[in-house]
Design a protein around this ligand. Structure first.
Ligand code: FE
Length: 247
């Protein structure tokens, strides 16, 4: 009898122990489910065509000309938003295995693909724009200097022409230095439009959407573009684009 009572007491303790550990078990099951969910999400990510390019410098590296706050919103919210939206739209199918450049070429000017074009082109334009900037800018390679002087007369004239183009772009858009055949040109595009949809080879760009400068410069777009041109142009990137066979 005594033995049975002891056994029952032990059983009771055993269940109390189990109940005590129940929250831990629930947490463990939850953690496993979450892990499985994350694995599934990462599989979905692998299927996505557009990737979010890493920023080639720290968020605060472009200060004082572009603030960390602007970069956190611009890179972390606006650019990330275009990449996410592009991947959501691409899930409907039809563009499997295509690069962003190919998707842009296939959707440009087609009304039924406007949303895909806008988001993929914006993702491409932004990925390109991050590479166009460099803290401190760096020095201008002789070949680039020669091409700019031959095309625009002088560096100051190049900057002035680029600035005027940026100011004249009505609403949201981009200002670009491009190669048209073998000629250097300054062009602008509206909204998400991009030179690669028009057979032009981009060498450099400045994003002139308000989200790119409003926190730092409010309505003073020209001041923002001037500071970028004077302090943040990645001249090495322009030199590599001039040599590259890539569109
Ligand atoms: Fe932008």
């Amino acid at each position: 009898m005594c033995y049975i009572l002891e056994k029952e007491g032990a059983m009771e303790k055993h269940w109390i122990k189990k109940v005590r550990y129940l929250p831990n078990i629930v947490c463990l099951v939850g953690a496993i489910s979450l892990a499985l969910g994350l694995v599934e999400c990462s599989n979905i990510g692998e299927k996505a065509t557009i990737i979010q390019e890493p920023l080639p410098y720290k968020m605060d590296a472009l200060k004082p000309y572009i603030s960390e706050q602007t970069m956190r919103f611009h890179y972390g919210k606006h650019y990330a938003g275009y990449v996410d939206k592009a991947n959501q739209l691409l899930k409907t199918g039809g563009f499997e295995g295509k690069t962003a450049e190919e998707i842009i070429a296939l959707t440009a000017g087609k009304k039924e693909y406007t949303s895909i074009f806008n988001n993929v082109a914006q993702a491409w334009n932004h990925a390109f724009f991050w590479k166009c900037l460099k803290p401190g800018g760096g020095t201008i390679n002789a070949e680039v200097a020669d091409r700019i002087i031959k095309s625009f007369g002088s560096f100051d004239k190049f900057k002035q022409k680029f600035l005027e183009a940026a100011k004249s772009r009505f609403g949201s858009g981009w200002t670009w230095l491009v190669l048209d055949g073998d000629k250097l040109k300054i062009v602008t595009t509206g909204n998400a439009d991009t030179p690669i949809a028009h057979g032009l080879k981009p060498l450099f760009t400045v994003d002139v959407w308000e989200h790119a400068y409003y926190l730092d410069y409010q309505n003073r777009r020209a001041d923002y573009v001037r500071q970028v041109l004077n302090h943040l142009v990645n001249w090495d990137f322009i030199a590599s684009r001039l040599k590259s066979k890539q569109a």
